[in-house]
Design a protein around this ligand. Structure first.
Ligand SMILES: Cc1cc2nc3c(=O)[nH]c(=O)nc-3n(C[C@H](O)[C@H](O)[C@H](O)COP(=O)(O)OP(=O)(O)OC[C@H]3O[C@@H](n4cnc5c(N)ncnc54)[C@H](O)[C@@H]3O)c2cc1C
Length: 393
């Protein structure tokens, strides 16, 4: 263990930040650890926010972040409701919004992302979804009202909310500018087509190849009038803007750190000069793929946080995970291991897309690089094992 390390500051008290603390505890780190988090809530997990919390199946306590419990024996100092405002890399110091500053031997940037917004009027009925507060506010608008919901953006978040909102009785329309079945670039055409059909079966109207040209609403509330890129109009009681996100790096301006779609890190997740990054905000060089990645996946936040903790204390192991994400919509669970990128072939290896369950592999030049399971959790462990083996040490 690097013996000169006495004080570690982790900025961002989400999944990645707590995973760093958990990793430091597992490695037997005995120095001082401080977590700085802008949110005031008890630490919680985000995936349930578009699913179980939004539907009402779980209360906020049930969505508690398990990593916070695992990190507890380390006894980190946790500053909640406090924003880091700047980083002095040379001076090894983080400035905080409450006027305090924290000196460190190593600092981890784990500040996540913020939802991208459109040019949109100020209205309580036009929402984004990232935080517990966002989820509970959106739920309050959807529950018991049978509202008309317009979801702008047919990505994972938009489609998960569409599915949950149907369960709450909303009438749901989704618009997505990219033509073709939504998510095809992320899950392949077969699964995307089947998913689009599942939404149609549940009464969700999905319009692809159409963006939103303008939104009109009043600050006091009331219906939102959307004009789409083809000139048609949609009136909605609630609008969810789900058009991607922006890494939270504004506070690093002037620090001298390289920021380009996230904090630019090497293969060890180091941004240089005792600065590290983990989770949604980190753009690191994946040595196994020889490509820079920034992943907004829950499992990555955990794995990268643990890897950063090990590397801070001296392991020097490149972070080369087989990426993994899942999405749950209605009674469908889609899981993807690896990356569906630059694919030149694919094969259904179990079941069939016309059936309730199937497994598909994707390959580049004859090498399988990803596997997708549609309600096939039991079969995916073996697929993952093979992908890890193919990645090599
Ligand atoms: C609704 C929703 C559903 C999701 N569902 C899935 C899913 O089904 N499957 C999946 O794989 N992934 C899913 N994800 C993605 C997953 O939740 C994220 O990848 C994961 O939470 C990232 O963790 P993080 O710690 O990097 O970022 P975050 O969890 O965002 O934590 C970062 C924290 O840093 C704080 N912060 C930001 N700036 C500052 C600052 N300057 N000072 C102090 N604190 C700051 C933020 O307020 C935040 O609390 C979902 C995400 C959302 C929002």
């Amino acid at each position: 263990m690097a013996s000169d390390l006495q004080s570690i500051v982790i900025v961002g008290a989400g999944a990645a930040g707590y995973a760093v603390a958990e990793g430091l505890h597992s490695a037997g780190f005995k120095g001082a650890v401080t977590l700085v988090g802008e949110e005031r809530d008890e630490p919680y997990d985000r995936p349930p926010l578009s699913k179980e919390v939004l539907s009402g199946a779980w209360n906020r306590e049930r969505a508690a972040l398990i990593g916070a419990k695992r990190a507890a024996p380390l006894n980190p100092r946790v500053l909640t409701g406090v924003r880091a405002t700047s980083l002095d890399v040379e001076g090894h110091r983080v400035e905080l919004g409450n006027g305090e500053s924290l000196d460190y031997d190593a600092v981890v940037v784990a500040t996540g992302v913020t939802p991208r917004r459109l040019e949109q009027p100020d209205s309580p009925n036009i929402r984004v979804l990232r935080t517990m507060e966002d989820s509970l506010a959106l739920r309050a608008l959807l529950v018991d009202n049978e509202p008309r919901l317009l979801v702008v953006g047919g990505g994972f978040l938009g489609l998960e909310v569409a599915a949950t909102a149907r369960g709450l009785g909303a009438t749901v329309t989704v618009v997505e500018p990219i033509p073709g079945p939504p998510l095809a670039s992320r899950i392949g055409t077969e699964a995307a087509t089947k998913l689009q059909a599942a939404h149609a079966d549940h009464g969700v109207e999905i319009h692809t190849g159409l963006g939103v040209a303008s939104l009109d609403a009043t600050a006091g509330g009331g219906p939102v009038h959307a004009t789409l890129s083809d000139g048609t109009t949609v009136d909605a009681d609630v609008v969810l803007i789900a058009v991607g996100s922006i890494p939270n790096t504004q506070w690093l301006e002037g620090s001298g750190l390289e920021v380009a779609n996230g904090v630019v890190c090497d293969e060890f997740c180091s941004a240089g000069n005792d600065v590290w990054a983990a989770g949604d905000v980190a753009s690191w060089l994946h040595a196994g793929y020889d490509r820079r990645l920034r992943l907004e996946h829950r499992t990555n936040a955990q794995e990268q946080g643990l890897a950063v903790a090990r590397n801070i204390i001296g392991s020097a192991v490149p972070f080369t995970p087989v990426p993994y994400f899942w999405t749950n919509q209605y009674d469908v669970r889609i899981q993807v291991h690896g990356q569906i990128v630059d694919i030149d072939n694919n094969k259904i290896i179990e079941g069939d897309p016309s059936e309730a369950s199937f497994v598909q592999t994707f390959s580049v030049s004859g090498q399988v690089t990803a596997a997708l399971g549609w309600n096939a959790a039991r079969l995916m462990a073996e697929q993952r094992r093979q992908l890890i083996e193919a990645m090599g040490p």
